[in-house]
Design a protein around this ligand. Sequence first.
Ligand code: CMP
Length: 172
Amino acid sequence: MRLCLTDRQLIMASLLGPGTPVREVACLAEITFVFLKPEAVLRGLMGEIIARIERKGLRIRAMKLHRMSREEAERLYDVHKGKEFFERLVRHVTSGPVLLMVIEGPRAVEAVRKLIGATDPVEAQPGTIRGDYGLDITQNIIHAADSPERALEEMRIFFTEEEVKALWEGVG
Ligand code: CMP
């Protein structure tokens, strides 16, 4: 089983360094990177959120419970460096275990963003993950990459492509 990457993600992968397999077969699916924040893990919401992702038809390609280091959090949120909420955000996501996921499906980035709802849970529509489970913008339950390029960059902070591919070796 191959790791599906879109053409844009393949181009990014080829720019991101040696050892990156650039001869992947193009396919309709794309991958995105998601993680459940510590409050979701501590409140026992992992199962419900995973069920929503799977029920949508998306495939979980890789998943691990992880304690994020400060360095990883700063890398993940580098685009927010300098903003008023940056320190609060980094402190929060490093405060307990998070559940990291690589998710695949047709237009997975957009599909997952729709599933999770607006950044501020108070504004997120009921029926979305943040709309149903959250009230606080820092503790907003779940993070998802906002573009296919970012998805690949964010995934690579926590997973290697070889690691993800190995999980599916010989399947399908
Ligand atoms: P997330 O999807 O993890 O991406 C960046 C995070 O920054 C976001 O969810 C929020 O938790 C946080 N964030 C974004 N905008 C604000 C804001 N205006 N005030 C506080 N936190 C914010």
